[in-house]
Design a protein around this ligand. Structure first.
Ligand code: MG
Length: 349
């Protein structure tokens, strides 16, 4: 068992252990006075794990209801949230009851948002089952839902009572979802940890998943503890994301996963930094090679004009400028504010 303590406004622990999913009831009992628990999960994850969680919660004395929504990014809209509210209200969930988010990033973001807003906020526990959710989205308390105009445009900061990470759930994932998560894993090495980047280069990360998850979660914990609401340092976690989101948008979210788009964004951003003389020469080659090693894409054919236009609608723009995350070198990242009109030229390299 590895435990990572997160010291946000409301502190909580992340428990990383094979089989921890079967202890969900014990953790819930320890951390919550709930009588009822609603498990929110999707149609892919429900058949795999819902009974293990239901059994564990029931054995701990909770009355359990499961709400299943259709798996996939297309479900990430307010209509799905409205169905969650209905399920919670119909089941008679009160303010002291508990939501368990069981699934990948989409599930955690939406179940977390339902928890943040139902009855002005109730407790929730994260049980992330995808690599992306385990290393990234389940930690930090960001919850949200997409609008037709863009991703995660509605949301709330709401910290879970605990995160239970069971690396064994990754064994059932199709390769594509492992590749997706590796985009965010590599990001952590790039922005904060050169030794971890070396490790990913030298070893096969997939044979060391527990250590990899612990390292990523610890880096995110450190950043989020210092900057819970993204006033400064937390922005570094967006490395590769401004361009990544632009690419996802230009592709209409089809044929590319989030982690894949982030990989392309990281490589392009590093190349732009090198072209400007801000990033140490040779860094792009290493980031590119590492992404390729884990089967991530490293380029896209969109023009600087298209990318700049799509990036401008990103929610990270403010006051006529956009904050870009760049690397001095591997493990050493910083943000640079750029006027929007200079964005296109920045991407022309
Ligand atoms: Mg991300």
């Amino acid at each position: 068992m590895k435990t990572v303590h997160v010291d946000t406004g409301r502190p909580y622990d992340i428990y990383i252990e094979k089989g921890v999913i079967d202890s969900a009831g014990e953790y819930a009992k320890k951390l919550s006075n709930a009588q009822k628990v609603t498990i929110i999960t999707d149609s892919n994850v429900a058949p795999l794990y819902q009974w293990r969680v239901i059994n564990s919660l029931s054995a701990a004395g909770f009355t359990v209801h499961t709400h299943v929504f259709k798996a996939g990014e297309e479900s990430k809209h307010l209509g799905t949230i409205a169905e969650m509210y209905k399920a919670l209200a119909d089941f008679g969930m009160t303010r002291k009851d508990l939501i368990v988010a069981l699934g990948g990033g989409v599930c955690g973001d939406m179940a977390g948002f339902a928890a943040a807003t139902y009855l002005r906020g109730i407790d929730f526990m994260q049980i992330p089952t995808s690599l992306l959710a385990q290393v990234d989205s389940s930690v930090g308390g960001k919850t949200g839902v997409d609008l037709p105009q863009g991703k995660n445009l509605v949301g709330a900061f709401h910290q879970p009572v605990a995160v239970l990470i069971d690396p064994d759930t990754l064994l059932t994932l199709p390769d594509q979802f492992i590749i997706d998560g590796m985009g965010e894993v590599i990001k952590y090495g790039c922005i904060k940890d050169a030794a971890f980047f070396d490790f990913l280069e030298q070893e096969n990360a997939l044979q060391h998943l527990e250590e990899v998850i612990e390292t990523c979660v610890s880096i995110k914990r450190d950043v989020v503890s210092r900057d819970e609401r993204e006033a400064g340092e937390r922005m570094l976690l967006n490395f590769g994301h401004t361009l990544g989101h632009a690419i996802e948008k230009l592709r209409d979210f089809k044929g590319i996963t989030h982690g894949m788009a982030v990989a392309v964004g990281m490589v392009m951003m590093t190349r732009a930094g090198e072209a400007q003389g801000i990033t140490e020469a040779g860094t792009t080659a290493r980031v590119e090679a590492l992404c390729k090693k884990y089967l991530l894409p490293v380029k896209e054919s969109f023009s600087a004009e298209e990318l700049a236009k799509a990036a401008q609608s990103d929610k990270k723009t403010a006051g006529g400028g956009i904050s870009l995350v760049l690397l001095h070198t591997i493990g050493d990242s910083f943000t640079k504010k750029l006027p929007l009109e200079e964005l296109r030229a920045f991407f022309e390299f």
